[in-house]
Design a protein around this ligand. Structure first.
Ligand code: NDP
Length: 434
């Protein structure tokens, strides 16, 4: 707090983790002896830089870029880039911090990092996005590399942006390597990477339901927020698993479709022409559009999968969800529930799957993309999807095993933090004070 008092999102993420790690730290005196916690919450490196570019009218624009290389104890820094006007050092730092534990949970050799910019891609032309990405990478390229730091996408950074970023890296460094993940299939991308976070979220939720409740998605009504990469493919997999998804949203509002969301229409709006979700209600009879994204949490359902952004479910929304019959909340977005909302879940016996476990499928598949790039081979969709499925099932069981070991049986939140942390902490102890 002394150093980072002006970084509310970062402090929120750190508090959530430290509050659950008490029994782990008590069981490992060597962590205290080696100042593991103190080092764990301090990024190895924070890079902040100017990104200057010229818009279509010829006017120069200036944004701020970030790359936070948080922890490299178990592998090269790995984590997405976010382009959104709400990006600050605090937001990137909370995301980078969460990423350390998430990446550890995948069991793959990747450290934690995150980056981005306050650039808003909304309303920008393709040429403007390209010039921005080129300017951003012109600075970033000196800090990253396939064995050092491997960024991916996040909010506002999809296939188009990763393509422009990759092109500029290749041009400046004269090196064709797996320096970014989420690449196009023609230049080193992995099949199933686009689907991975949303699919993985559903594999995780399905396994948690099976193990803890002897239940499944079949016949359930599901509330999903967002209509971006994670939301679209979470909707697709939940539908394949027999659920009815009744909502979709964006930062302006949400749609409710009692007949079940027609995903082709959402894909056409969002992936086809970067439109607004409002258009859905104009195209699909029987559906309703409501202004304001928070209203999505007033819809009745059994399972909620928040897939838009941080702190989108506050205490009031959590209470409404519970009152409306929701008994499962698994997080596709990063830190979508406030601490008060999590307390409401816990007090009401909600099956709570925290983001760092439930949405780890994206980065896990990114690590599989790195493996394919290193061996210069491409695996089939089925091969990647089946590995993703196994990783998500493994995360549920590793979390539950860790929760049991530390006396909190069934607690997926404590279990995820404990399992993710132990591996990183042991590596930090083994590598000495650095
Ligand atoms: P996209 O940019 O594809 O989609 C983001 C969605 O969330 C859009 O519908 C967007 O609406 C909405 N949204 C963004 N910001 C806000 C806001 N401040 N208030 C309300 N709605 C908002 O991003 P992703 O789907 O990739 O990411 C969604 C979440 O999932 C993020 O928390 C991200 O960190 C997390 N995540 C993503 C992974 C990935 O592989 N992509 C991996 C793991 C986690 P609008 O169009 O109006 O902005």
């Amino acid at each position: 707090e002394r150093r980072d008092g002006d970084q509310p999102e970062f402090l929120e993420a750190v508090r959530e983790v430290l509050e659950t790690l008490q029994p782990v730290v008590e069981a490992h005196p060597e962590y205290e002896k080696n100042a593991v916690l103190e080092r764990f919450i301090e990024p190895e490196r924070v890079i902040k830089f100017r990104v200057a570019w010229v818009d279509d009218s010829g006017k120069p624009q200036v944004n701020r870029g970030y790359r936070i290389q948080f922890n490299s104890a178990i592998g090269p820094y790995k984590g997405g880039l976010r382009f959104h006007p709400s990006v600050t050092e605090s937001v990137i730092k909370f995301l980078g911090f969460e990423q350390i534990l998430k990446n550890s949970l995948t069991t793959l050799p990747i450290g934690g990092g995150k980056g981005g910019s306050d650039f808003d891609p909304k309303g920008k032309s393709d040429a403007e996005v390209m010039r921005f990405c080129q300017a951003f990478m012109t600075e970033l390229c000196r800090h990253i590399g396939p064995d050092t730091d491997v960024p991916a996408g996040d909010i506002g950074v999809g296939g188009r942006e990763v393509g422009y970023l990759f092109g500029q890296y290749k041009r400046i460094r004269d090196e064709y390597s797996g320096v970014l993940t989420g690449k196009g299939l023609e230049f080193g991308g992995s099949l199933a990477r686009t689907e991975a976070t949303g699919y993985g979220l559903c594999y995780y939720t399905q396994e948690a339901l099976k193990t803890l409740r002897n239940d499944s998605f079949a016949g359930k009504t599901v509330i999903i927020s967002g209509s971006g990469n994670v939301a679209i493919f979470a909707t697709e997999k939940a539908q394949q698993l027999g659920a009815k998804v009744v909502t979709a949203s964006d930062s302006n509002g949400y749609v409710y479709d009692p007949n079940g969301i027609n995903l082709d229409v959402v894909k056409d709006i969002k992936l086809g022409h970067r439109g607004r979700i409002k258009e859905y209600a104009e195209r699909v009879p029987g559906s309703e559009y409501h202004e304001g994204c928070k209203g999505v949490w007033t819809v009745k359902g059994d399972i909620a999968l928040p897939c838009a952004t941080q702190n989108e479910i506050d205490e009031e929304s959590a209470k409404t969800l519970v009152a409306n019959g929701v008994t499962v909340v698994c997080e596709g977005a990063n830190m979508p529930s406030t601490p008060e909302a999590i307390a409401v879940y816990k007090a009401n016996g909600v099956l709570y799957g925290p983001a760092k476990a439930a949405n780890a499928g994206g980065v896990a598949t990114s690590a599989l993309e790195m493996s394919q790039n290193s061996e210069r081979l491409s695996w089939t969709f089925e091969e990647v999807d089946s590995k993703l499925h196994d990783i998500m099932v493994g995360i549920v069981h590793n979390s539950l095993d860790a929760a049991k070991k530390y006396g909190h049986e069934g607690d997926l939140q404590l279990g995820a933090n404990a399992a993710g942390f132990e591996k990183v902490a042991n590596a930090m102890v083994a590598q000495g004070i650095l």
